[in-house]
Design a protein around this ligand. Structure first.
Ligand SMILES: Nc1ncnc2c1ncn2[C@@H]1O[C@H](COP(=O)(O)OP(=O)(O)OP(=O)(O)O)[C@@H](O)[C@H]1O
Ligand SMILES: [Mg+2]
Length: 286
């Protein structure tokens, strides 16, 4: 028997009504469905305004769907109960600037019912996990963007969730900081935690995600296992370094003379996921 999926979103629609603007409506999410198996890392990608954060907020029960359903481990996600199993790093996390990282973790830990040595131990473990143990007693007001994202991650893990929702965990983080976050995501995956993330860093998404959803203008335009989405049985790639233009032209000429194949793309190499993304999200969402 198949186990219950960690996440199941079915025909989700979210319309924002803007009463001040003569009842104008924004169709933020338009009939989106997706399923995430327990233990998977799922990447939701798409242009700005395509509905990723809104989908996640409905999943977290922070927004009510206009229609459709969102379930976490088989339970309607609007129910309070299932939120205990879910950790969330919001798009723009806010922390009290005067609190230290340790105090911040204590604050969130207490909200989840942790006290005493359990709280102290969880805090120490998580600060170590996100590599902030050296800065545990500094006020987070002085933290860099990368450190803030990491304390945000630690905060999302405080109640030992089975599902972690990360809305742009690497936003504004430098390449080495985002590698640290990528490694953390892989570490969580190895512990069997299910992860949903959004990101604009396609290369990283391609590295960590098992399954991908590409959104454009509120719709899911591609969805499925990463391998299947980017596999093209009838396409091959030759990756060259330092090729002069004449050589590239000769290669093109050879292909043209042969006549059995076509050059689809020539130029600087791109990740395969990036190519698919650009194909299916032709225009920006906003
Ligand atoms: N509270 C709200 N009220 C009105 N419109 C909203 C609200 N939240 C989101 N929207 C609109 O819904 C659409 C989808 O927004 P959303 O934040 O889900 O996009 P996104 O894919 O997360 O974008 P980004 O990559 O910039 O984070 C946008 O047109 C946005 O303006
Ligand atoms: Mg967003």
């Amino acid at each position: 028997m198949d186990s219950l999926p960690a996440v199941r979103i079915s025909h989700l629609v979210k319309v924002f009504r803007l009463p001040t603007l003569r009842k104008r409506e924004v169709l933020a999410v338009d009939d989106v469905s997706l399923t995430i198996a327990e233990g998977e890392v799922y990447g939701l990608i798409g242009p700005n305004g395509s509905g990723k954060s809104t989908t996640l907020k409905v999943l977290l029960g922070l927004l009510k769907p206009t229609s459709g359903t969102a379930e976490i481990f088989g339970e309607d996600s609007a129910k309070i109960g299932c939120r205990d199993t879910v950790g969330y790093l919001p798009e723009n996390p806010y922390f009290y600037k005067h609190l230290t990282a340790r105090e911040t973790m204590h604050f969130y830990g207490k909200l989840c019912g942790l006290v005493g040595s359990a709280l102290a131990d969880r805090t120490a473990d998580l600060l170590k996990l996100v590599k902030l143990d050296h800065a545990a007693d500094r006020a987070v007001g002085g933290y860099s963007k990368g450190m803030l994202q990491r304390i945000g991650l630690a905060q999302a893990l405080v109640q030992a969730p089975k599902l972690v929702v990360l809305d742009e965990p690497t936003a504004g983080v430098d390449p080495s900081g985002s590698r640290t976050i990528r490694d953390l995501i892989l570490e969580l995956k190895s512990r069997g935690i299910t992860i949903v993330l959004t990101s604009h860093l396609l290369e990283q998404v391609q590295e960590v995600c098992d399954r991908i959803g590409i959104m454009s203008r509120g719709r899911m335009v591609r969805e499925g296992p990463l391998d299947e989405l980017i596999a093209r049985q009838d396409q091959q790639e030759i990756l060259l370094q330092g090729a002069p233009p004449e050589l590239l032209q000769r290669l093109r000429d050879i292909v043209a003379q042969d006549g059995r194949a076509r050059v689809l793309h020539a130029g600087n190499s791109r990740t395969t996921l990036e190519r698919l993304y650009l194909e299916v999200t032709d225009t920006p969402g906003e």
